[in-house]
Design a protein around this ligand. Structure first.
Ligand code: CA2
Length: 144
């Protein structure tokens, strides 16, 4: 199984700003823990981050035929992006929505996710561990 883990805007700042909301773990450290988990599960993973909506759309499109599951923290684009939602629908790759914070316990505008209806499910509120939980969900995706 090949898992593509995509991260949206500003997640490159993790660990440097707003530790009270997002914790002190950096994205590089999250990538390392996802890689270790992939090794433990016997799957391969690719981990990317972009601040550009179009680049995320292109990566989702290019995943067709190359990846079995997408783990996506679309960050701020979660709440705004019709383009990301359309890309997920177009490629038909099972996608798991991930958030570090519990978006439903935060500002109202974060309660709405445009991508949630086209994802298999959402994991939110477990900090960096949300990604590890998503890896477990990914390897069992055919059981859903
Ligand atoms: O909780 C999450 O994972 C979010 O996807 C993070 C996004 C936010 O817009 C979503 O509502 C929930 C924000 C990512 C920005 O991360 C920062 C990290 C450090 C400093 C500032 C922003």
């Amino acid at each position: 199984m090949k898992i593509l883990c995509l991260n949206g805007p500003n997640l490159n700042l993790l660990g440097q700003r707003e530790p009270a909301v997002y914790g002190r773990t950096t994205l590089v450290e999250i990538e390392a823990s996802v890689r270790k988990k992939a090794g433990d599960l016997g799957v391969t993973t690719e981990f990317r981050q972009s601040n550009l909506e179009g680049e995320l759309v292109s990566w989702i499109q290019e995943a067709r035929g190359r990846f079995d599951v997408i783990i996506l923290n679309a960050a701020g684009y979660t709440h705004t992006s019709v383009a990301l939602r359309d890309a997920i629908t177009a490629v038909g790759i099972p996608t798991i929505e991930v958030h570090l914070s519990n978006v439903h316990a935060r500002e109202k505008f974060r309660h709405r996710s445009l991508i949630a209806p086209v994802c298999v499910g959402q994991i939110a509120g477990f900090g960096a561990n949300s990604y590890i939980l998503a890896m477990d969900a990914a390897v069992n995706i055919n059981e859903v």
